[in-house]
Write a new protein. Structure first.
Length: 246
């Protein structure tokens, strides 16, 4: 929802400043939204007879991939406006990025077990990711207003969760008969940095939205500028002292 608020501001403001709002939206949607949902859901996964540890560099890389690919999709969709080619291209790019984030995050799990995947279910999860990303980008270029943004955020949340658990359903795990040492960090080691990071980023982005001009104020300012521009175009040319020329 915060990401959609930021993209809504980017549409209204336009120009170079819109790029900063889109970067904030990518962090909100890709980082504190999609990736955080993914990682918290991973904490609920367990394997009987084995502990689970996480490869820290790969886990951090999966978060970076989520933010970067969401940003690329947002910029592509924003650049193309309502042209479907840009929307579909951005949805495909973002969806593949979200799927890559998900499976890289799963690959970052270390356990004393043999892991395999069902190719058909994996393909279905990737398809869900692409469709969900395309719908999300469609929302970012069209939706405005608190109620519409809230409804769109709910749809996006359900779609991303559906992709995640479809991907998890593709996973089959067979624990080894003998326990072997498992390398990596415990899930609890991620919780404090995760909670602090999410809190700081979310509060910072929320304050940015709250302290910036409202949508109504931005529209009023745009209309005022248009009236001034029209008045200037119709006014006679004057000299330095304001005297009409000719």
């Amino acid at each position: 929802m915060l990401g959609l608020l930021l993209t809504s501001r980017a549409r209204l403001i336009g120009g170079r400043e819109a790029k900063f709002w889109l970067v904030g939206a990518a962090i909100a949607i890709g980082g504190t939204g999609i990736w955080t949902m993914h990682f918290i859901a991973m904490l609920g996964f367990s394997v009987s007879g084995s502990v689970i540890r996480y490869d820290v560099p790969l886990t951090a890389l999966s978060a970076l991939i989520a933010v970067v690919f969401v940003a690329m999709g947002l910029f592509l969709a924003a650049h193309g406006g309502e042209r479907s080619v840009f929307l579909l291209g951005g949805g495909l790019l973002t969806g593949l990025g979200v799927a890559s984030m998900h499976y890289l995050g799963m690959y970052a799990m270390n356990m004393s077990a043999l892991v395999s995947y069902d190719p058909l279910v994996v393909a279905l999860s990737v398809l869900i990711a692409v469709v969900a990303a395309t719908v999300a980008l469609w929302f970012t270029i069209r939706v405005s207003g608190a109620l519409k943004i809230g409804g769109a955020a709910l749809v996006m949340g359900v779609a991303v969760s559906g992709m995640h658990y479809t991907g998890m359903f593709s996973l089959s795990v067979s624990a080894h008969a003998d326990m072997v040492p498992v390398q990596g960090a415990k899930a609890i080691d991620f919780l404090l940095p995760l909670i602090v990071g999410i809190s700081v980023i979310t509060v910072g982005l929320l304050l940015t939205v709250i302290l910036s001009p409202t949508e109504k104020e931005l529209r009023s300012e745009a209309e005022f500028r248009e009236r001034l521009r029209g008045r200037d175009e119709g006014a006679p040319e004057v000299d330095l002292f304001g005297t009409p020329r000719g």
